[in-house]
Design a binder for this molecule. Structure first.
Ligand SMILES: [Zn+2]
Length: 209
């Protein structure tokens, strides 16, 4: 399921980077053991709207990539998911954040579809739709499925959140992945990974050369 918000102010040119963003646990709080089934249950993560506004200010399009198996499980209708998504888009827009598009896998895990993360299909589809250069792009997520999808699609994973979730008990998947514990840390980290601003190490290297 795909929603494109054509009123996005970000213009896209071929070969540009994008910032991909997971939804539950990154944009909105996860509901313990449950799904977001109504707009009333959609609660923005602390500080995330400011962080996304700053990231949007870098001039890159923002694209949401999310698994919503509640649809496949028959708990959430597609029209209701669309209502939740349009509300999210509008609230973010009111805050100065234009989301370009939202891609959902609505299957349940047992369907063994090709689009459910950790499969990279939705990232690759979005890259094709908007001529995104994956090698310049970043995917902000909170789980090993997000990290694996980013790696398979060829873009840079970033982990966000105070309580990172894992499908596997091992935390090996997190090693070497840049982490922003708070929303406040996110824009600088993303900017650095997009190579918009040099990291302290890069600056040192520049001074030495
Ligand atoms: Zn799917």
């Amino acid at each position: 399921m795909r929603l494109i918000f054509s009123n996005s102010s970000t213009t896209t040119s071929p070969g540009h980077p994008a910032v991909f963003i997971d939804r539950d646990g990154v944009i909105n709080l996860r509901r313990a053991g449950d799904y977001v089934l109504h707009w009333e249950q959609f609660v923005f993560m602390p500080g995330i709207r400011d962080a996304l506004r700053d990231i949007a200010g870098l001039g890159v399009p923002l694209i949401v990539i999310s698994n919503q198996s509640a649809v496949g499980r028959g708990l959430l209708s597609r029209p209701m998911l669309e209502v939740i998504t349009r509300n999210m888009h509008q609230k973010l827009k009111n805050h100065g954040v234009s989301i370009l598009a939202v891609y959902y896998c609505t299957h349940k895990p047992q369907d063994e579809c090709i689009c459910r993360k950790p499969n990279p299909e939705l990232l690759l589809k979005a890259a094709e739709d908007f001529s995104v250069d994956m090698s310049k792009s970043v995917f902000i997520g909170d789980s090993d499925a997000d990290v694996r999808a980013a790696a398979a699609a060829g873009c840079q994973p970033v982990l966000f959140g105070p309580g990172l979730t894992a499908c596997s008990p091992s935390s090996e998947w997190k090693s070497g992945i840049p982490v922003a514990r708070t929303a406040r840390q996110l824009p600088n980290l993303v900017a650095r990974l997009l190579k918009k601003i040099p990291s302290p190490a890069d600056r040192q290297a520049l001074q030495k050369s």
